[in-house]
Design a protein around this ligand. Structure first.
Ligand SMILES: C[S@@+](CC[C@H](N)C(=O)[O-])C[C@H]1O[C@@H](n2cnc3c(N)ncnc32)[C@H](O)[C@@H]1O
Ligand code: SF4
Length: 459
């Protein structure tokens, strides 16, 4: 193993060429672009049948509909002005849950449920109840379950809050983004503060007290002053967790993002200043920084687990969910188990036809080998803790550090540039390196290294 020592640096992350490198967000390893059709519905059926009935699992349900599409949205969703397609979709979810129950062959305990989207609260009351009933009929929902849902505050009224509480929901994430009217206009998401007030009051009134806010930086018209004001107003609501996402502008992939005026988007330096302003305002208001983009009050489970090194990372980002198995339900959802990843068809029509034909709607995936599992664990610790004892993780996997010696070669540059300190087999991402933690994590990614090698041969 090659040890590399960090040197003192006065550079900011922006001065480094790494800032412009494209690296995965490591919500999984291997990352989704490496999934292929080798994982079929039949293979997944075998994985499901082999699950340990004593191990609590997690369930993710995807609802790919919203009333209107926000200009900035990068999520897998589409507009539905009427309820009909959403009702139809919910019937597909119920059928998929039944198929999963059949394939698993027994009732597994469920410790976490997460509804994402899109806007899952768009499901009409009876449809929502039907899906929850199907979950309860198929799985043993533990009394301690964390049942979370992503909500558009514009859809939250007292009746919805009551339905969620009755369904066992314990945590709600509200898409707030930014409170500034000029920013809201530019991103196609008009949401006066009174709307957020009404949503939070309805949820708290119904007993759903664990509240998260999603905020974004890098949006048109944002300035350090406006983002600070958004944080001040956010603080007034005292959400226990906040996610602060950097706006990902990919108009070639998400065509509706062309509605965003690129001339008004902040450049790299301005984006960095916005993030730093938001970060220090959040610290001032008592929020602890967690990983790349999360913040939590010190009493929140996420802050507690971050301190004890028990934080995890999954497709939703940072999570307290430590279940070894995640079952994805709905189009595009990704399931994860010891054997590998399996992703449902992202196309709503194809997903539905598979379910109606009694087939698990798997489109692709990735079977994991021992090396994938080892590197996934190391990458997760780097992303969550900004530090890892590589030898300790290797020992837990029954190998020595020699198994990932290639990564230490790739860390020489980042260590020289002050992103990471390497002390034997122990890594620590420096303060300067934190915004670039994905660069450090990527040193362990053999798929990225192979692609880079191919690329350099090609040119
Ligand atoms: C599924 S949405 C949240 C629930 C609900 N649909 C809403 O918007 O209120 C998840 C979050 O992803 C973030 N997001 C969406 N598009 C993004 C993009 N292009 N770049 C970065 N974050 C984005 C937003 O903060 C959004 O609240
Ligand atoms: S941000 Fe939320 S409400 Fe807006 S389009 Fe995306 S998923 Fe739908």
């Amino acid at each position: 193993m090659v040890a590399a020592m960090a040197q003192k640096t006065t550079k900011t992350p922006l001065d480094l060429e790494y800032a412009t490198r494209s690296v995965p967000r490591y919500t999984s390893y291997p990352t989704a672009p490496h999934f292929d059709t080798s994982v079929t519905a039949e293979i997944y059926r075998g994985w499901l049948a082999g699950l340990d009935p004593t191990d609590p699992i997690s369930v993710y349900l995807h609802v790919p509909y919203c009333r209107t599409i926000c200009h900035y949205c990068g999520c897998h969703t589409k507009g539905a002005r009427k309820d009909d397609p959403v009702i139809d979709y919910a019937e597909g979810l119920v059928e998929e849950i039944r198929l999963l129950g059949e394939a698993i062959g027994r009732r597994l305990p469920v410790a976490h449920i997460h509804w994402g989207g899109g806007t899952p609260s768009l499901l009409p009351t009876e449809s929502f109840r039907a899906v929850v009933k199907a979950l309860r009929a198929t799985f043993d929902i533990l009394p301690t379950v964390e049942h979370a849902i992503e909500l558009d505050p514009r859809t939250v009224r007292e009746d919805l809050a009551a339905l969620l509480a009755e369904s066992g929901v314990t945590r709600a994430s509200l898409g707030v983004q930014d409170f500034d009217p000029a920013v809201q206009k530019a991103i196609g998401r008009i949401q006066p503060i009174e709307t957020v007030e009404r949503a939070v009051a309805a949820l708290r009134g119904a007993g759903i007290t664990a509240i998260n806010f999603d905020l974004m930086y890098g949006l048109p018209h944002q300035t350090p002053e406006t983002i600070r004001r958004t944080i001040e107003l956010t603080h007034g609501f005292a959400p226990s967790r906040i996610a602060l996402f950097g706006y990902a502008h990919v108009p070639w992939f998400k065509k509706h993002q062309r509605l965003i005026d690129e001339a008004q988007l902040p450049g790299a330096a301005a984006r960095f200043a916005l993030e730093q302003t938001a970060r220090s305002a959040l610290a001032e208001f008592g929020y602890e920084a967690i990983g790349l983009d999360h913040f939590a009050l010190s009493t929140d489970e996420m802050a507690v687990k971050a301190k004890s090194g028990e934080l995890h990372r999954n497709f939703q980002g940072y999570t307290t969910d430590d279940a070894g198995t995640l079952i994805g339900i709905g189009c595009s959802s990704i399931g994860k188990m010891h054997q590998g990843f399996a992703q449902n068809d992202p196309d709503i029509g194809r997903w539905r036809r598979a379910v109606d034909a009694g087939r698990l709607p798997i489109a692709k995936g990735k079977a994991l080998d021992a090396d994938d599992r080892l590197r996934a664990d190391i990458i997760e610790r780097v992303m969550c803790d900004y530090a890892v004892d590589v030898d300790a993780v290797c020992a837990a996997h029954g190998v020595t550090g020699a198994a990932v010696a290639d990564a230490f070669e790739r860390l020489i540059g980042p260590a020289r540039d002050g992103l990471v300190e390497v002390d034997g087999a122990k890594l620590r991402v420096t303060e300067v390196g934190r915004p670039l933690v994905r660069i450090v994590a990527s040193a362990f990614d053999v798929y990225l290294a192979r692609a880079a090698a191919r690329h350099s041969v090609a040119v």
